[in-house]
Design a protein around this ligand. Sequence first.
Ligand SMILES: Nc1ncnc2c1ncn2[C@@H]1O[C@H](COP(=O)(O)OP(=O)(O)OP(=O)(O)O)[C@@H](O)[C@H]1O
Length: 799
Amino acid sequence: MSTHGSAVKVFGRTRPTANFAQDLIEYLPDGQTVNVHLKKDLSKGIVNNQLNSWSFRLDRLLHDVSQEEVYNRVGQSVVLGALDGYNGTVMCFGQTGAGKTYTMTGATESYKERGIIPRALQEVFREVEQRSDHMITVRLSFLEIYNETLLDLLSSLKEAPAGRPVVMAIVDEGGAGVAVRGLSMHLVHNEEEALNLLFEGEMNRIIGAHSLNRNSSRSHCIFTVHIESRSRTLSNAKYVTSKLNLVDLAGSERLGKTGSEGQILKETMYINKSLSFLEQAILALADRRRDHVPFRQSKLTHALKDSLGGNCNTVLVANIYGEAAQIEETLSTLRFASRMKCVQTEPAINEHIDPVLQVKKLQKEIQLLKQELSIHNTLVNRTGISYDVLTETQLAEIHSQVLKYLDGTVDEINIVSIRQVKEVFAQFKHALQQQKQNAMAERSQSRMVAETAQSTQSAANAKVPSVLVGDVEGTGSGVGVAPPSEKNNRLQSPHRVKTKKGKELNRKEGAGSPAQVKEVEALSTSRMNPLLVSQKDMEGQESEMQSQDSQGPRPGEKEHFRTDSPPPKATAFEDFKAERGSEINRILKENKAVLVERCRRLRELTDGVNAAKRDIDRTGTELQQWREQSQRQGRFVSAEGEPVMEEAELSLLLRLKELKGQYRQQYKELHSTKSEVKYCEHLVDQCRIRLFSEFESWYNESFLIPEEAQAILRAGGSIRPGLIPMVKALALEDDEQERFERLRYELLANSPGAVSYYNAHDRTLQRRNYSRAATQTLQPRRSSGDNVRTKLPAILSIT
Ligand SMILES: Nc1ncnc2c1ncn2[C@@H]1O[C@H](COP(=O)(O)OP(=O)(O)OP(=O)(O)O)[C@@H](O)[C@H]1O
């Protein structure tokens, strides 16, 4: 069968009869054309335009031909196509008694007269034997559709399923085509087993018909051969599957003609309906402009959805009962046949890939490629390169290389494998994302800092209402005005005075410049939870601070005086490391040195262990070879008949033992060194955290937290400056009222009812103070009459 687009093949077969209507049915000598002539219906008048001659051209007319020839012409190519992976359908259509069952199944009692199905099964198993390079699996199913009900003709052979019986249904399985859920499938190994099933199904069809008191020919039957073929020689994961549908349709009668009633009427209606839907589906398939084919209208068309067109080799046999009395049915059968001939199909092999085999195949290929790569590396003297998944140690190594590259310590990273390159890029990406996140956090933090600064400013302004309303400084009578002396103190505090250096810094960076904000944020972020800061982040911070050195003033200018704008953190950090934090910095350096030394030792040991392993393998192979050789040459045997060990073998054995001892020793040391490295890393991390946290405290104390707030913090004892948010620390200087309230709550703890009372009282007091302040402020502008309105209400006094 061709794989290119082709039309459905249509054959016409006439049932032999003594009363063949020669004057009505005319077979032309080309063996393809049949003309049908109808006598004019005189009841419609002498002159009428009723058409009375038709000509049909089919692929072949099978008139007076044997069952064998029918199979050879109709079935063989479809069967062979199915073995190659093409779906195939052979379908018999025609009126009752026209020979559909005879064509499809044949006379079961006569071997010679067997039909297409038994011959197809014979052909299949003949091919299975011949195609010994393929493992071909054959399964069978036998479906009957009676009055739109699905019946499994081989259900008697399957074991009854536990639980509820499965309801049969036709299901679309996407790319896998259509299947009947619940229909039993039977594996068969030879022709005989297959024929047994065919006859069993036929028998069940007849028994079922009898028990239900129905005519067995009033149902559609689909016998399906499911084939799966896998190559035995090629170890590829590809395999082909196909479905060979052999369909015996129910007889196509006209209702009026049968004059049926009751059950027969019902059957005829169902048959006609399903055949009419079949015809509609065929018409839609034949019309290339139609997008939709109504397959789901009946069980028959739905079950045959992927067997009528599409990728299937389809053949139709139009069975004709050539008697004059049947001429209307003959005409209708031939009309159906000629429509079917217009349906185009595009047969295609159903090829699949076995996922398990595919994985195995790919694994083998990977192994082969790895071997090839290692040979290549050996040839170009590249050693110690692994193409396996990167280990934790390798990942850590790449990570540190990337960090070094980013901070400029190294200029290039050696490329050794694709995996390593990928990991390097992944690390770069990670670093970039980290930077982006930091930048975003910085932006939001700077906003917060700006807002805090603004609110602090407003709070300060609120304390000096006289200034707000334009009074002479300190002489106003506003509420909560700070005494001039205090204000001056604040303004002239040594920590607020701008030193020369401070001014320079300001000029350079600008007060509240983004750079400053960034520094504040960077440290406050880590301050939130210093233990959560990763080593990388810390290294990043450290290097960032160091890189800023070139921009800021050099360390060594020793003491930083408190200025309005604190020095850059990088500079301060260097100073801190040289002075206050010198001890912890020294410990950090020492720990780092130990870590570097341990890492170096770890590398040495890893190389040593690998070398020892290689020696063991080599010696083991030598020993094996030696033994095989001496086995071939015949071993020495002692006087007692015991095999004697030769010197060479003994020395190899001793060497092997020694190597194994060395290996175990080195491996043990490697293990403990690994633990040491981990421990050292932990110590270095701890030191870093400590250094940063100490630095922050120092920085905040020295440059950020006002003296007053520090005094409060110190009084608190347990609160360490630098470990609480700046905003909170700054707010502490205004907390007198809060402390008073807390004190009062503590005193009133035993009489909770009094709390609401005092709250209400306080609010009234606040209102009064506010009104008084407002009155005093506004008084000069008001007329004397306004005094009446500003009179305060009576308030309760606290006792
Ligand atoms: N080509 C043929 N040669 C010899 N006998 C035939 C041929 N075709 C049909 N017959 C005989 O005609 C009778 C009716 O045939 P068959 O049962 O196959 O018809 P059918 O179309 O399947 O009818 P139904 O729709 O009722 O199943 C049978 O006895 C069968 O042996």
